[in-house]
Design a protein around this ligand. Sequence first.
Ligand code: FMN
Length: 345
Amino acid sequence: MTAPHSKPTFHQSQLEQGGAVLAPMAGFSDAPFRLLCREYGAAWAVTEMVSSMGVVMNGKKSFEIGEPYSGEPNLVIQLFGSDPQIMAEAGAKLYEEFKPVALDINMGCPVPKIVKNGGGACLLQTPDLAHDLIQALDKAVPVPVSAKIRLGWDKYNAIEVAKALESGGAASVALHGRTRAQAYTGQADWDKIEEVSSQLSIPLIGSGDVISKAMFDERKHKAKGIMIGRGAIGRPWIFQEVLGGQSLEIPEIVRLAYRHSLLNVEWYGEHTGMRQMRGVLPHYFKGFAGANRVRQQITQVSSLDDVRRLLNEIFPDVNLEDVTMGAAFEGHHAASLDGHAARNN
Ligand SMILES: Cc1cc2nc3c(=O)[nH]c(=O)nc-3n(C[C@H](O)[C@H](O)[C@H](O)COP(=O)(O)O)c2cc1C
């Protein structure tokens, strides 16, 4: 409906302001984590991947994954699927429901459950279908669309895929510098990221193994933007660091870990929220006195009280009493809390 050239240039203008983007990560880049990353200066934050079929079938879980927190700015929702018609329908529905600033298609996920249905990294083998998917989505929504790819399925063909996406109307492409066959082994190949970037006229965002400001600075000239994934888990202030800001002191880290727990409980309910935090909290506690003890005992926590007691015991000088969720979550989620709580059950 809207011609690509008349769409807002969200990616380009946002990237010009510097900073890194929070990579989509299933199981991690949910609303609580996106809030923290955005507060610390992430240019934008991509949701966990949402099933296009799930959205078309009105699946509650699919809408919950795409749902923004109250007033979430720069929401980019990632979809997966392999049918252009369904992708278009899902995109239009999500746009209608949540008004994201952009939509993204997952073309890099190596997980068998996704790949066996022709989605995720499978699309790297069929650039024509990748083109048709992005074109269908682009025509269905008034906001820019993008895709996230890998270097290839088992050999390097990202230039071909990225060009197919560009000609299909993609406003940007994100590239994880590994093939599907490599999964997460070895090092992301930033020379290939640079090569693909140089072949496109749309911005390419590089992804892979950036876990510090030094690494960000080393790689930033190789692409138009940089995504940070694992380097932000338990370290959302990395976005502040890459912008030239400070790291956090230990008491601030402890308070932030507790705030993340508060946000999770508000979003998912205590049972599910705390279960998910068991996988997140250990990432906050690395490399300082007391951190090992927290990591050893964190798997036992099942309530916010447990977390507070444990942190108070190990860090008695850190005040947790005045830690709050922040305005975007307070009171906001009570209505749909049941839905979120049900999500992982
Ligand atoms: C736990 C986990 C979940 C991920 N989920 C997704 C996803 O849903 N969609 C996607 O495009 N990439 C996904 N990725 C890939 C990341 O976005 C990123 O490209 C990759 O982790 C490399 O970047 P990093 O080294 O900064 O983590 C995931 C990665 C991890 C570790």
